[in-house]
Design a protein around this ligand. Structure first.
Ligand code: NAG
Ligand code: NAG
Length: 340
């Protein structure tokens, strides 16, 4: 009896929490493309780190989930694309730029599950520990839906939900609204939380943000307070987490302020931003949002794939330019002729 109760206590401890989806997506590509903000532009203004489905293109319209044939995400019915700007190291003395590699996020449980670079995606229904589906319906995005959060033009005002952490070993450190001011031995961790309330009508808006509304005023994974009547539809709370492996540049940071810049030459951390292009197949995301899923792997109503399979999904090099380094100028920042 004693043994048995010990076993069941241990099982209770590892029982999955019920709080939406969290899953890795490997890197799909680093390219100067942005089908949300600059559709059709090859190249777009700055380099992005893009994960997700292979329907990714300079222009994306219609039902992405029906067009995708593979995805770098663990959830194999998710052909969405997720992207952010890219972090570069600007050499403090010779001024050249080198792209900072990305590492899979190490979740608190489960390791990186074989992801290659990439980022971690969350679709939460309430907060990190529960779903509260009895209290509120969470409505999945519709085909064609897209949104952005943050702006490369922002230079001063902190934006709630867009944060940096300085990684040292297992410690993520405090959430900050600007770049760390000291070298981080484990890299720089960036978080992008999207707003949770939709106007119920528009798949996009001229600024790619006004069709959504943010009611969250706290950092971290907190449940969104009630949506306003202008934006009454409660959507999943989408979040990206990325680990930028700055470690090999730390010894070159011998002088001066933070040498890490965003790919739009964003020396201020406030310019951090992210883009979302919905592309789940059919009603897969809605099925997941209607259930209490296993937090770490979405077991149950939606399909998964091995990351070794996800890692084989690719898209073509469409811009055909060097983005790694050491570069005299950042791609798109002058010094080269933009292709006509
Ligand atoms: C990307 O768009 C181009 C131009 O419209 C098209 O020729 C190509 O097939 C598209 N690629 C994918 C993967 O959809
Ligand atoms: C700048 O420094 C890096 C790292 O030490 C080096 O690899 C690169 O060649 C240097 N570039 C120039 C233009 O001096």
């Amino acid at each position: 009896m004693k043994t048995l109760s010990r076993v069941s206590a241990a099982l209770a401890l590892i029982a999955p929490v019920q709080a939406g989806l969290r899953f890795p997506c490997s890197t799909l590509t680093f390219q100067r493309l942005d089908p949300v903000v600059e559709p059709g532009a090859v190249p777009a203004a700055h380099v992005h780190h893009i994960v997700g489905g292979n329907a990714f293109n300079a222009t994306m319209t219609g039902d992405v989930g029906e067009r995708g044939t593979c995805t770098t995400c663990q959830m194999s019915e998710d052909f969405s694309n997720y992207w952010t700007a890219v972090l570069y190291f600007k050499h403090p003395t010779n001024g050249t730029y080198h792209r900072v590699p990305v590492l899979p996020v190490q979740p608190l449980l489960g390791g990186s599950q074989g992801a290659s670079g990439g980022l971690t995606v969350y679709y939460t229904q309430f907060d990190l520990n529960k779903d509260n589906l009895k209290q509120q319906k969470v409505t999945a995005f519709k085909p064609g839906f897209r949104m952005t959060v943050g702006s490369p033009a922002a230079t001063s005002k902190p934006h709630v939900g867009l944060r940096y952490q300085c990684l040292t070993g297992q410690n993520r450190g405090a959430e900050m609204s600007d770049f760390p001011t000291k070298p981080c031995t484990g890299g720089i961790f960036t978080t992008h939380h999207f707003p949770p309330c939709w106007d119920g009508k528009n798949l996009d808006s001229p600024d790619h943000q006004s069709h959504m509304y943010n009611t969250i005023s706290l950092d971290g994974f907190t449940n969104a307070p009630a949506c306003p009547s202008s934006h009454p539809v409660r959507m999943p709370q989408v979040t990206y987490e990325t680990v930028w492996d700055t470690s090999k540049f730390n010894s070159l940071w011998t002088t001066g302020p933070n040498p890490f810049v965003w790919s739009f030459e964003g020396t201020s951390g406030y310019g951090t931003h992210a883009d979302y292009m919905f592309g789940w197949k059919g009603d897969a995301l809605q099925r997941a949002m209607d259930k209490s899923e296993c937090f770490y792997d979405g077991c149950g109503s939606i399909k998964k794939q091995q990351m070794t399979v996800a890692n084989t999904c690719t898209v073509k090099e469409m811009v055909k330019e060097e983005t790694v380094g050491w570069l005299k100028v950042l791609p798109g920042r002058g010094g080269e002729m933009a292709p006509m």
